[in-house]
Write a protein that binds this ligand. Structure first.
Ligand code: NAD
Length: 248
């Protein structure tokens, strides 16, 4: 049985890493996948082609999640073809790590814009569609760092903690219309974002995780399937920690 059969999902930043894992898993579970990318047209085309073989509609859209205007245009364009949007996953994110002493104003602003303002932009843009249809599941990607903080990531931690407060508020605002809004706080997930880290540091992290491994994009994608599906129909305003027991 395909858990997301006939559902349509928008996923931001899905040409690699966790977003790509979500796109693949959603297509396999029967969902139409509408994903955004910031620059990699070739990759987007490849994903469209690969995932279409699952018998679902797959479309890539070039759209900057940190731009209010881009998000408005994106949802307008999508609405012309798709009347119903069941699921929105705000996944796009960046890091610009540094100790506060060395962090530039632009490092702070950029991370807040791409990680946090993007969630406002996309939620605001999809609101009308979901209010009209009287259902929807919004899933926002936070981080263990947004819950517990991390030295050298004050900008990232602030953006990810902000997502939790924003999501809880949206859950309260839109709950009466059967629109749910939840957060996933991944722990250490091994993707292109973490590939840049020193292997010794990565091994130390793995060793410190109770399940003794980094997570995979599919660990996060499966949680998105559950939060996007009717199996979680009474869950809203929650932060689901997917971290191998890192934070207990
Ligand atoms: P990644 O760098 O591999 O992928 C991020 C994606 O977002 C890329 O496809 C990138 O092109 C896209 N993106 C960046 N800026 C964008 C913009 N302005 N508009 C549209 N798309 C944009 O990272 P990942 O590891 O797959 O992380 C995905 C999400 O999960 C991020 O929000 C990240 O903060 C979060 N997260 C990751 C980890 C981890 O360990 N990998 C842990 C916790 C949270």
């Amino acid at each position: 049985m395909k858990i997301l059969k006939d559902k349509t999902a928008i996923i931001t930043g899905a040409t690699r890493g966790i977003g790509r894992g979500i796109a693949e898993t959603f297509a396999k579970q029967g969902a139409n996948v509408l994903f955004t990318y910031s620059s990699s047209l070739d990759l987007a085309k490849e994903i469209e082609k690969d995932l279409s073989s699952e018998g679902v509609v797959v479309r890539g859209y070039k759209s900057d999640a940190s731009s209010f205007e881009d998000c408005q245009k994106l949802v307008e364009e999508i609405s012309q073809e798709f009347e119903v949007i069941d699921i929105l996953i705000n996944n796009a994110g960046i890091t610009r790590d540094n100790l506060l002493m060395r962090m530039q104003e632009d490092d702070f602003d950029k991370v807040i814009e791409v990680n946090l303002k993007s969630v406002f932009n996309m939620t605001k843009a999809i609101q009308r569609t979901m209010l009209k249809q009287r259902f929807g599941s919004i899933i926002n990607m936070s981080s263990v760092v947004g819950v517990k903080g991390n030295a050298g990531q004050s900008n990232y931690a602030a953006s990810k903690a902000g997502i939790i407060g924003f999501s809880k508020s949206i859950a309260l605002e839109l709950g009466s219309r059967n629109i749910r809004c939840n957060v996933i706080a991944p722990g250490f997930i091994e993707t292109e974002m973490t590939d840049v880290l020193d292997e010794k540091v990565v091994q130390e992290w793995r060793d410190s995780i109770p399940l003794k491994r980094g997570g995979t994009p599919f660990d996060i994608a499966n949680t998105c399937v559950w939060l996007g599906s009717d199996m979680s129909s009474y869950i809203t305003g929650q932060t689901i920690h997917v971290n191998g027991g890192l934070l207990t």
